[in-house]
Design a protein around this ligand. Structure first.
Ligand code: ADE
Length: 289
């Protein structure tokens, strides 16, 4: 009842309880929370006993406006483990940089019991060794909007959300990265590891911007993920992230390469099936402790 304020902890507690009852979860706690990137929603389609809540039925959830993002909250089992999946995400460029709104699903995941977040995205390669279709395990990120005043932690002062000055060391859990790399090699996944850079978008980067981002240490660039990971760490969740490389960016203004969302979706659809298999196997293995 009434509007949901994503910076109000009590509102989010009540919303998490509502979601729990809408999805008929009882006392079930999802262990893993998955955020699917553009065209990477296939993992949710593989969930056993899926319970689907369209975003349109969840109070406070906007409808995704980006093609390739379905807009469902899906609960179900992957490899025997109860998981929740965000089939579609909220990009800051869709919501006038309202970072608290865009990260609300991450805070809800934590309130529902999620301890490990797996996040994926479609990204453009800046590293000249990368090819389209490669999967890049995210080793660390450069959150350009976060460095310039668009942090999802702005205005969050209730200590129940976690520490205000969140340390982002080991943001992408080293142990999970190692497991994912060795599993990916066994499964013959075209694997890379690198630094993800977030451009607020929605415009793609100029060649000069790609050159800058490459020189600052970026291997891939996209328009999501960093705000979600920042909040997941504030909530104390472990994080694993990967990018599906959908296009290779030019760093030469005289040899520019056009990027199109249709191309991004086409490559993501092709690579999505293998990525989903790898993720499902990873979930099976990382829970076997
Ligand atoms: N998503 C896919 N490719 C991208 C790029 N080059 N820049 C930003 N987001 C992307």
């Amino acid at each position: 009842r009434g509007p949901i304020d994503p910076t109000n902890f009590d509102h989010l507690v009540r919303l998490s309880e509502l979601i729990r009852s809408m999805a008929d979860l009882g006392t079930l706690q999802p262990e893993f929370g998955i955020i699917c990137g553009s065209g990477l929603g296939a993992i949710a389609d593989q969930m056993e006993g899926a319970r689907i809540l369209p975003f349109s039925e969840v109070p406070g959830f906007p409808q995704p406006s980006v093609i390739g993002h379905k807009g469902n909250l899906v609960f179900g089992r992957i490899g025997g483990h109860f998981c929740m999946c965000l089939q579609g995400r909220f990009h800051p460029y869709e919501h006038k940089m309202d970072m608290a709104l865009c990260t609300m699903p991450v805070r809800l995941m934590a309130l529902l019991g999620v301890r490990t977040m797996i996040v994926s995205n479609a990204a453009g390669a800046l590293n000249g060794d990368f090819q389209t279709g490669d999967l890049m395990v995210i080793k660390d990120h450069i959150f350009l909007p976060g460095l310039s005043g668009y942090s999802p932690l702005l205005g969050i002062s209730d200590p129940r959300f976690g520490s205000r000055f969140v340390s982002l060391h080991n943001a992408y859990d080293k142990e999970l990265r190692k497991k994912a790399m060795s599993l990916g090699r066994q499964m013959k996944v075209p694997l890379r590891e690198g630094i993800y850079v977030m451009n607020a978008g929605p415009q793609y980067e100029t060649a000069a911007e790609c050159s800058l981002i490459a020189r600052m240490g970026g291997d891939a660039v996209g328009m999501s993920t960093c705000h979600e990971v920042t909040v997941a760490r504030q909530c104390g969740m472990r994080v694993f992230g990967f990018s599906l490389i959908t296009n290779c960016s030019s760093v030469d203004s005289d040899e520019p390469v056009e990027v199109s969302h249709a191309e991004v979706l086409e490559v993501a659809a092709k690579g999505g099936a293998l990525a989903s298999k790898w993720m499902a196997e990873l979930i099976r293995q990382i829970s076997e402790k």
